[in-house]
Ligand binder design. Structure first.
Ligand code: CAA
Length: 261
């Protein structure tokens, strides 16, 4: 039995971390299952992915503290690498990933949400990096991604003080894009995923790569990254169709779905 559920709904799909007895905490098994689940996504047919957690209380309550409690220095580093490798796979996944944060997103939970392209959350969501209270640093990218996503001074305050924040504060800080009730969260995530899935897939993927790769380098290099990805869209069937559709003055026309080619 996998600890990660996978459901395809047309051209979008939902990955659900399913370890509710431990509030979906990430142990080695969950990390392995998540890695395998990502490998199994058919990115030629699925155009946007949603990541969420089982139940109404917790998205992911962090890395598994029981498993970490007896690790040596070398094992701790290896555990960090295991999480980082999976989260980086998620961050660089070819199609967009939306985190639907349905409750606690602490430690590794906040870190996995930050590895997604877009975060929306339920009104009971709680975010934080409580690691220093456990005697460790964030270990799955928290020191790096939080300081890039929100103001570095605020990221430092949250990480050094192990202070948790609720959904409205996460919205104010730009950590999430929107807050919904529990009932509205998944439908809202699906609606957004479908809106993304309806755009030209080659172009959407190129936008993700341009933004992600461009953020790692200076502006001179970044605009060259964009130029190349912009150029790569031309001659595609979707580009020809999308532009021809705009240029066609027939008011009665109906837009056909993009073909991903
Ligand atoms: N690891 C292992 N088990 C966890 C867990 C975690 N991170 N979080 C919750 N659980 C387990 C609890 O041990 C408990 O199990 P039992 O029923 O077997 O006792 C079960 O989930 C339910 O949890 P609580 O009884 O604690 O539920 P609560 O409602 O009282 O509290 C909570 C909820 C505030 C989220 C609390 O569980 C909590 O503080 N969890 C730990 C959060 C945390 O510190 N996360 C960071 C981990 S370190 C990390 O992530 C490092 C990294 O960057 C890689």
């Amino acid at each position: 039995m996998s600890t990660v559920l996978y459901e395809v709904k047309g051209d979008i799909a939902i990955l659900t971390i399913d370890r509710p007895k431990a509030l979906n905490a990430l142990n080695s098994e969950v990390l392995g299952d998540l890695d395998a689940a990502l490998d199994a996504v058919d990115v030629n047919t699925v155009r946007c992915l949603i990541l969420t957690g089982s139940g109404q209380k917790s998205f992911v309550a962090g890395a598994d503290i029981g498993e970490m409690s007896t690790l040596t220095k070398a094992e701790g580093e290896a555990f960090g690498k295991k999480g980082n490798d999976v989260f980086r796979k998620l961050e660089t996944f070819p199609i967009p990933v939306i985190a639907a944060v349905n409750g606690f997103a602490l430690g590794g939970g906040n870190e996995i949400a930050m590895s997604c392209d877009i975060r929306i959350c339920s009104d009971n969501a709680v975010f934080g990096q409580p690691e220093v209270g456990l005697g460790i640093t964030p270990g799955f990218g928290g020191t790096q991604r939080l300081a890039r996503l929100i103001a570095p001074g605020m990221a430092k305050e949250l990480i050094y003080s192990a202070k948790n924040i609720k959904a409205p504060k996460a919205l104010e800080l730009g950590l999430v894009n929107a807050v919904y009730t529990q009932e509205e969260l998944l439908p809202a995530a699906e609606k957004l995923a479908k809106k993304i899935a309806a755009q030209a897939p080659i172009a959407v993927r190129a936008c993700k790569k341009a933004i992600n790769d461009g953020l790692q380098v200076g502006m001179d290099e970044a605009i060259v990254i964009e130029e190349k990805l912009f150029g790569s869209c031309f001659e595609s069937e979707d580009q020809k169709y999308g532009m021809a559709f705009f240029l066609d003055k027939n008011k009665e026309k109906v837009k056909a779905p993009f073909k991903n080619c």
